[in-house]
Design a protein around this ligand. Sequence first.
Ligand code: FES
Length: 270
Amino acid sequence: MGEVIFHIRRYQPGKDAEPHYQEFRVPLTPGLTVLDGLWHIKETQDPTLAWRFSCRMGICGSCGMLINGRARLACNTQIAELGAGRVCVAPLPNFEIIRDLVPDLQPMFRTHKELMPYIIREDGLTDSAQGEFIQTQEDLERYLQFSYCIKCGCCMAACPTVASDREYAGPMPLAQAHRYNQDNRDKGFSERKKVLGGGRGPWRCHYAGECSRVCPKGVDPARAIQLMKRELFLDVLRLRRAHRESPCAGKPTDARRREGIPEAPKPTVG
Ligand code: FES
C-alpha cells in the first residue's frame, strides 16, 4: 500500500502571523477521497486541523476547497482521479479565511439573499397548501439546470472578476436570481432588477467561463449570466416578453369556499 502526501495550507488567527503549508503522509487506500485524507490526518496526526463538511456525498456544498489548484468538493474528489502522489489543499480563494480550510462564505450568502432567491408573488397562492401550479416540461427546462446549485462557492472562488472586484455579486447569486426570473410561477423580475441592473450585476462579468468549468454539479452560471444580460437589455428596450404564466390548479381554502369551488380530493394511501 502506497501513501499520498498532503500539503495543507494552515492558518489560525491569533496564533499564526501568516498562512503556511504543512505536510502530512496518508496511507493510500482504494477510493480514498480528499475528505477521507483530511479525516485521517485529524484522527492520527493533528486534531487541530479545521475544515467544513456535512453530507460526505456532494449534496450540502460545505466541503468546497482548492485542491491541486482547482476549486472542488473534497468529498467528491478521489485521490486516484487527481493522478498525483501529492495533493495540495488550500481554502477557497476570494473569501476571507476563518481558519485553515474554512472560508467565510457570509458575503456570498448576503448577496444571495439580497437577490431574493425565492418565488415572489402578491396573490398569496404560494402560501397555500392547496395551491398547485401546473408547469409544462418547457417551463421546467427554462430553470431546472440552474436549480441544481448547492451553494458550495466553487464558482465564486474560480471567478477572476470576483477576485478583482469585490462589488461584483458573483456567479452563484446571479445564477440563482436568473433561476427564479425564469420560473413562470415567479413575478419578482422587477424587484431583482433593482440590484441586477446596477453596478454589481451581470454587466461586470467578462465571460471567462471558469465558474461553469469548476461547478461540481454541472450548473452553467456563465450561461445564466449571459442570458440575464439579454433579458435586462430587452427590458430596457421594452421588448422583454413575460413568460406564459403558470396556471394554479388550486387556490387557498378560503378563496375556494368563497367561490364555491369544491376542495381538491385528498390523496388516497395504499
Ligand atoms: Fe457535503 Fe462535501 S460534505 S458536499
